[in-house]
Write a protein that binds this ligand. Structure first.
Ligand SMILES: NC(=O)c1ccc[n+]([C@@H]2O[C@H](COP(=O)([O-])OP(=O)(O)OC[C@H]3O[C@@H](n4cnc5c(N)ncnc54)[C@H](O)[C@@H]3O)[C@@H](O)[C@H]2O)c1
Length: 349
């Protein structure tokens, strides 16, 4: 990737995408084209500071719109495509799987098809330098046993419709690489947290409920474990993978912060008590609720390959990052109101 590269980011108005777009624009003089359907999960207000940047263009569109994708590739001639656009909420996938197949499997297939056509007509040196990076999840590996950590060799065992649809997208990526030689790299990230995550997800939901003195519904016994990674560290990892001269075909990304949901919610309560200083004990708001169907017990990843093959190391510790995330939600009620205004009546988290 050169200093003046052009990168297409799909899903750039979402949580990870909006962070990554900012990070890409901070690299030398890269230009960024964001393609985003602006579903309930994608919001212009997540990109406010970069909407007027002359090196950034936000295109409202669907990755499954082959003509649009082809036209954008032809017009912008990118050196890389980073594919994040997806339906991303597990509970919504349980309530309605087909939309997840449409976006995450078919949409990915259409995008890869157009990217392949574009890549095939590049000159040989341009072909070698080109990268397509598919952002996926550790959830494609299913539920980890106690003490087990997923790595690049872990077998697929998706348990939710969301995970199955992401695995399907990954299978297309592999097939396009094997069949046409398209240089695709898959990144399986663990759970991200940080600013601008949609309020339907666990951490923002608990922050906003606890701040408002509302009940904090935690699934089952609350002992399900997730491996938390700050969204800026995830973005840094994706950029390192993009820069790698000879990348492997897959990297798992994680920061070894495997914690129970209950512990995370308790920390959120403690940080809010401390930041708001109102003498309340928000842990009392925690309430067990009926468990999610097919709920994976544990996710944990070993990012050893990423650390050894690139310069990446996570920079943001979990507790410090969580405290700052709590502060961000308290300080940005306008963003919360705008995003919540568009929220359909969805499931809990
Ligand atoms: N957030 C996490 O913890 C996490 C962890 C691992 C992997 N991932 C993956 O990273 C990617 C981004 O996740 P996120 O948390 O930012 O999700 P998100 O839901 O916040 O953002 C998804 C974005 O994709 C857009 N989008 C949806 N369908 C589209 C379509 N057909 N065409 C164009 N745009 C479309 C939405 O408008 C939204 O802006 C997803 O592929 C997700 O599977 C997320």
């Amino acid at each position: 990737m050169n200093q003046d590269s052009t990168v297409i980011v799909t899903g750039g108005a979402g949580f990870i995408g909006s962070t990554l777009v900012r990070q890409c624009l901070a690299v030398g003089s890269w230009s960024v084209v964001t393609i985003d359907k602006l579903t309930y999960a994608g919001n212009r207000c997540s990109l406010t500071e970069v909407l007027d940047n002359p090196r950034h263009e936000l295109v409202e569109g669907d990755v499954a719109d082959a003509a649009l994708v082809a036209e954008l590739l032809k017009r912008h001639r990118p050196q890389a495509v980073i594919h994040l656009a997806a339906e991303s909420h597990v509970d919504r996938s349980i309530a309605g799987p087909p939309q997840f197949a449409t976006t995450n499997a078919l949409g990915t297939c259409v995008l890869l098809d157009e990217v392949t056509r574009y890549w095939q007509q590049l000159k040989e040196a341009e072909q070698q330098a080109f990268r397509c990076l598919l952002v996926s999840t550790d959830e494609v590996f299913g539920s980890a046993n106690p003490d087990e950590s997923f790595d690049e060799q872990s077998p697929f065992a998706p348990n939710s419709p969301y995970a199955a649809s992401k695995a399907a997208g990954e299978h297309f990526a592999r097939a396009f690489s094997q069949t046409y030689g398209l240089p695709v790299v898959v990144a399986n990230s663990s759970n991200n947290f940080g600013p601008r995550q949609h309020p339907e997800k666990l951490i923002p939901k608990m922050i906003l409920h606890a701040a408002a003195g509302q009940s904090l519904p935690v699934y089952g016994d609350g002992l399900h474990q997730r491996d938390w990674l700050h969204v800026e560290d995830c973005g840094d990892a994706l950029l390192e993978i993009l820069r790698a001269k000879k990348p492997s075909s897959r990297y798992v990304i994680g920061a070894e912060n495997c914690l129970t949901n209950l512990h995370v919610v308790e920390l959120i309560c403690d940080f809010l008590d401390e930041l708001l200083g109102d003498g309340k004990n928000r842990r009392k708001l925690i309430a067990s609720t009926v468990d999610r169907l097919g709920h994976d017990r544990r996710y944990a990843v070993d990012a050893g390959r990423l650390r050894s093959e690139t310069h990446w190391l996570p920079k943001i510790g979990f507790e410090g990052g969580l405290r700052e995330t709590v502060r961000w939600y308290l300080e940005n009620p306008g963003w919360v109101a705008e995003v919540s205004r568009r929220e359909e009546s969805g499931p809990s988290y």
